[in-house]
Every structure is written in structure tokens, then in C-alpha cells.
Design a binder for this molecule. Sequence first.
Ligand code: 5GP
Length: 182
Amino acid sequence: MSVITVHDKSFVSYLPESLILEKIKALADELNRDYAGKKPLFIAILNGSFMFASDLFKELHIDAEICFIKLASYKGTKSTGHVITAIGLDTDITDRHVVILEDIIDTGKTMNEFLPQIRNQQPASLKIAVLLHKPDATVFPIQIDYCCFSIPNKFVVGYGLDYDGLGRNIRELYQLETGPSV
Ligand code: 5GP
């Protein structure tokens, strides 16, 4: 077990790069089967999913497109409340087979607010593929169609995911150190 410091916190090694890549390969095999002949459009959500999307896309052997978007969240009017908008979604998704690529689903709030916007554009199908899911933290109803790892409700960093802007370049996943167990 190795311990690293990111910013001001200690993290312990959690998922090695080899295991992450193995799971991503298995996910790609599934997608290669499920989307053969469907020319899917993958929508990867920045920033956190960039490594996941890159490693997954390299393992796809079907005709497929990918685009990258960013989700910006801001306070709307009194009636609209909190709003999430997609920046950079300039591909027409009507009648396309769409797969959203997300690094992690925690509470599910982000996806829960974003998905209706995609559904409104009437894709032929819409599925979600995530690297990590924290089932114990998820309170919004999200159907996750493809998931590499279900993990405990602890903060993780590395493999594209940051802590306060740092740690995205770490090749494996680390978990916040929560002190010695007794
Ligand atoms: P949700 O809306 O599902 O609660 O949160 C989604 C976003 O919170 C993710 O896209 C990610 O940016 C951030 N997040 C949630 N859990 C973690 C975590 O354990 N580590 C990191 N680095 N980000 C997280």
C-alpha cells in the first residue's frame, strides 16, 4: 500500500492501473457487441472522464464517434432554480445511439439534471457508462447501464479525477485516507 499527498490530504493506493485497464477492456468488449452496426455517439463529460474516455475509445473496434462536453452549473431564476447546461454539444443527437461517459456517479444529481436535456433531443437510444459508482451515496434515481467499479462512499483521486484541481495525472486511483482502523 502506498500513501501520497495531493494538495493537503493523504490518499492511499486503491485501484491499480492494470485493474482499471482490464475493466475498461471488458466494458469495451461489451460495447463492441451491443453497438455493432449502430455507429454510436459517445459523449464524454469533462474534465474527469478524459482518461477513461481515451482508454475506452482505443478499445472500440466498431464505427463510433466521440465528443467532449463540459457541464456548467449556475443559479437560474427563482422558477428554474439550479440549472445545468452542456457546453460544447454541437453534434446533432436526434436519432443517434448515444452513450454518456462519466467518471463517477456520486449522489447522481448532475446526471439527473443533465439527462432530460439529452432526452429532449430524441436520441434513438441513451445509455450511461461510468468508471466509478458510489451506490451508498446515490440519492437521485439514475439508471447506470455500464459500470466498471462500484466503490464505497469515500473520496477518490487519480486517473483523471482531481482533488482541488490536482491529481488528475496519477495513473491509478487513490482513496482518501480516513485514519487507522481499530
Ligand atoms: P454527483 O452529481 O453524482 O453527486 O457528482 C458528480 C461529480 O462530483 C463528479 O462528476 C465528480 O466531479 C465529483 N465527485 C464525486 N465524487 C468524487 C470523488 O470521490 N472524487 C472526485 N475527484 N470527484 C468526485
